[in-house]
Design a protein around this ligand. Structure first.
Ligand code: ZN
Length: 410
């Protein structure tokens, strides 16, 4: 995607004097991941680290198997051999992503370059932690045996919200029985690797920053169609979680006062119109059952029930899009999740945009675009979580001022 020249980029600066070696490693890794093969001199220019600091980091990263020499620069700048260029070593490490949903567990394995190495889907009969936590432990042990290289971490996606009594911790779109359990700590003890637990929308948003259309962006929203509907928010390159981990719970915001009753006790929540669950209800009224396998074949055109749902979903989602634009002023809003690409495109085509801060004439990216789509979306996002934790530099205030005020001038 072509970005406007003044768009803030995710590139952080290195820190030369006595600053964190770990931060500098992340800056270099992140650059190599997003830019592809790059030489020392260019890395030093981009990070504003000294050539010696870059050389030390490159040696570290090669020793850790995280990067490799990609070859020599194709055009020599001076006399002698052209300098080496470096790139991410895809086989150097891998991450595992697991999505726990109400009826299934989706597992993905991705390499350091974000390539999918493995996927599988298992049906879940009983969603309690007493059976599922050991099951995850066993599954991860099997995957480690199957894949050479270092396991960088596990990302686990579960539907939120977390620990909200009497709100939406009830109903068909949440997992029962998990309240009060420190899932990340339990799995860290079992597996001995970093574990990141997120809701599906935040994981999808992190997935877009590392593996998807959000690669070049710093500030964007992901509206995620899971069983319910959620919002993942990336601000300054990092997910916004809120004080208690529940930022982005847009599913139970009332968009139609006095509308359809919701298990949360309100009427007219967004989730009652724009979610997979609401689509399933529409189809059930028509005597049809929508299974996971049917999802990818769901056709927006030519199916009157699906078409009616798409209209209804878009109509109720439109005011939420306008709220997100005006509250967050994002570079774009990405629709993603467990719907097939054609359905997400159909919803985007049916959105009606009112006046908002996003109606600018100089836009290079449309206000709403489609991101990752289909059954694997959340599990891929889950696999991106430990990768993000391990390699993405934190933009602190001084970095931010530099990157946003000066833009991406090389
Ligand atoms: Zn509700």
């Amino acid at each position: 995607m072509v970005m406007p020249a003044d768009t803030p980029r995710r590139t952080a600066r290195g820190k030369n004097p006595n600053r964190s070696r770990e931060h500098n490693r992340r800056v270099v890794l992140d650059l190599l991941r997003s830019q592809g093969r790059t030489g020392r001199r260019e890395l030093a220019e981009l990070t504003q680290l000294t050539p010696q600091a870059v050389t030390n980091i490159i040696d570290d990263l090669i020793a850790a198997d995280l990067i490799v020499i990609a070859g020599r620069r194709r055009i020599a700048r001076g006399r002698g051999q052209p300098p080496h260029e470096y790139e991410i070593n895809p086989a150097g490490a891998f991450t595992i992503g697991i999505e726990l949903a109400v009826t299934r567990m989706v597992t993905t394995v991705v390499d350091l370059a974000g390539e999918l190495l493995h996927r599988d889907v298992t049906a879940i009969a009983e969603g309690g932690p007493a059976t599922l936590l050991p099951a995850i432990g066993t599954r991860v042990a099997q995957l480690r045996a199957d894949h050479p290289g270092r396991l960088m971490g596990l990302g686990l996606v579960m539907p939120g919200p977390f620990e909200i009594e009497g709100f939406s911790g009830v109903g068909p779109t949440t997992l029962p029985g998990w309240a009060g359990i420190d899932v990340a700590a339990d799995l860290r003890d079992r597996l001995g690797v970093p574990v990141v637990v997120e809701n599906d929308a935040n994981a999808a948003a992190v997935g877009e920053t590392l593996l998807g259309v959000g690669k070049e962006m710093t500030d964007f929203c992901v509206v995620y169609f899971g069983t319910g509907i959620g919002l993942g928010l990336i601000s300054e390159g990092r997910p916004v979680r809120g004080a208690f981990g529940n930022a982005g719970e847009i599913g139970h915001i009332v968009v139609t006062p006095g509308g359809r009753p919701c298990p949360c006790g309100q009427h007219g929540c967004l989730e009652r119109y724009a979610s997979l669950h609401s689509l399933r209800e529409r189809l059930a009224d028509d005597g049809r059952v929508l299974s996971v396998d049917d999802l990818d074949t769901l056709a927006p055109e030519g199916d009157p029930v699906v078409a009616a749902w798409l209209e209804d979903a878009a109509a109720h989602l439109s005011p939420m899009i306008s709220i997100l634009e005006n509250v967050f002023d994002p570079q774009t809003i990405i629709l993603s999740g467990g719907l097939p690409p054609a359905c997400l495109d159909a919803i985007i085509a049916r959105l009606s945009f009112g006046p908002s801060v996003a109606r600018r004439s100089d836009r290079m990216v449309p206000p709403v675009i489609r991101g990752q789509s289909g059954l694997l979306t959340a599990a891929l996002g889950a696999a991106a979580l430990p990768l993000h934790e391990a390699i993405t530099p934190r933009l602190d205030l001084s970095d931010l001022q530099e990157t946003t005020l000066k833009g991406s001038a090389p």
